[in-house]
Design a protein. Structure first.
Length: 277
């Protein structure tokens, strides 16, 4: 079985190397990455893996966050150019964690009549100081993960290789094949690290929100979390939002005691183990 991961990235230098190393060590055979106008070291990191023969890099200069189009292009390439049996469409801040074995072994066990898996995501929070890299300090996981509008965090999907697949904006489902047999599974969960520092998150919303504003083809309700936060940036309420989602150690201890948070160091320990530290 061949497993291909797709990544759409922009200015992800603080996390992209760890994401790629993690998934390659979890049974991913090849990665197709689209870089969308990064100005940090993200392209250099991607080119390192391209030189190793484990990644194909696409440079996308259009600046309207046409995610569905770009991810669909990669998902089709995964099948038509690289022979993928399964495709995972991921973001740089998502780590697809199998409960047993690795990702490839887990996907091999999926019944043949199942074509799409729906995978839940769980958010990890940031503290009010940054004393180490993201995975060493971000070991506190929300018991209930909500999006920036306070609604349940939507799951992501991975799917069998379809030569003419169409992926929805957000990687939350497929447009085609529309009747693909989809099941929810707890065999994989996604560790989600959307907010890793103030500067990183500010840049993400500034670029992403403006890009959504330039996209005249998408419904205005698509990307509403980014649009809302971008609007707050323009009106001066963004700092309050970030501060409300950044926690002191005493606040973390309180949330651990009342069950709002759990300690989950599995990603930290795994990344340390594969780095040889």
């Amino acid at each position: 079985m061949k497993l291909v991961l797709t990544l759409l990235v922009r200015d992800e230098e603080d996390i992209i190397r760890e994401n790629i190393l993690f998934h390659l060590n979890q049974g991913v055979d090849f990665i197709i990455a689209t870089d969308n106008n990064s100005v940090d070291s993200t392209p250099d990191i991607l080119r390192e893996f391209e030189k190793q023969g484990v990644l194909h890099l696409i440079n996308e200069t259009q600046d309207d966050y046409s995610q569905a189009i770009w991810v669909t292009r990669m998902a089709r390439m995964a099948v038509n150019s690289y022979g993928a049996d399964w495709v995972i469409n991921s973001d740089a801040d998502e780590f697809w964690w199998p409960q047993t074995g690795n990702l490839k072994k887990t996907l091999k066990q999926i019944p043949a009549d199942v074509s799409v898996l729906k995978i839940e995501r769980n958010d990890f929070i940031i503290r009010d100081y940054y004393d180490s890299c993201f995975y060493e300090r971000m070991i506190y996981k929300k018991s209930i993960s909500l999006n920036h509008l306070g609604k349940p965090l939507p799951p992501k999907v991975c799917h069998r290789g379809f030569a003419d697949v169409i992926v929805k904006q957000g990687n939350h489902g497929l447009v085609f094949p529309e009747n693909a047999n989809t099941i929810e599974t707890g065999e994989i969960e996604i560790f989600h690290f959307p907010m890793r520092s103030f500067a990183q998150f500010e840049n993400k919303i500034k670029l992403g929100g403006a890009a959504y504003g330039r996209n005249t083809k998408l419904n205005k309700n698509v990307g509403n979390c980014w649009r809302m936060l971008y609007n707050q940036q323009q009106k001066g309420g963004f700092n309050d939002f970030v501060n409300a989602h950044t926690f002191s150690q005493s606040e973390i201890e309180s949330k651990l005691n009342n069950g709002d948070l759990t300690i989950d160091p599995r990603l930290r320990d795994y990344l340390i183990s594969i780095s040889g530290r």
